[in-house]
Write a protein of this length. Structure first.
Length: 142
């Protein structure tokens, strides 16, 4: 395993509507907006640069895989949060009446890799997963 410090990553995703995307990420996560142009917008997503590009015509049904008896979107992104921060976010999302693809739950309870996870969609249909490990040293444990 690498001892290199975590570096900010950059991801880019399609969006259907720029203003709807802006409002969603500001309201749900209090993100800061970075550079933008007519057809794209950058956000500071937990210290990482996430770009959204206007491309409403590409949205189709996304493939899923079966995990723990649930249909997990193959294409998804998110952040691994501290345990308490994940529970706070989960409560916040519930208070905002977010429609979860996968309701918040604990996987591998009492086992190696115990983790909290939840899935939901942004307004464009991009799947987000937020997770937390009971012990962060087990993030890559097999």
């Amino acid at each position: 395993m690498s001892t290199r410090a975590l570096a900010p990553f950059h991801l880019a995703f399609p969006m259907k509507d720029k203003e709807e995307t802006r409002r969603f990420y500001i309201d749900m996560f209090a993100v800061e907006i970075g550079r933008e142009a007519e057809k794209w917008i950058d956000i500071n997503f937990f210290g990482h640069q996430v770009s959204f590009h206007l491309k409403p015509e590409i949205f189709v049904d996304e493939p899923t895989n079966e995990v723990d008896g649930k249909s997990v979107p193959v294409r998804h992104f998110g952040v691994i949060l501290d345990w308490d921060e994940w529970h706070n976010l989960s409560a916040h999302l519930k208070s905002q009446n977010v429609s979860f693809i996968i309701e918040p739950y604990i996987r591998f309870k009492g086992e190696t890799g115990e983790q909290a996870t939840l899935f939901f969609l942004d307004p464009s249909g991009n799947a987000l997963e937020f997770k937390s490990f009971k012990d962060k040293n087990q993030i890559f444990a097999s």
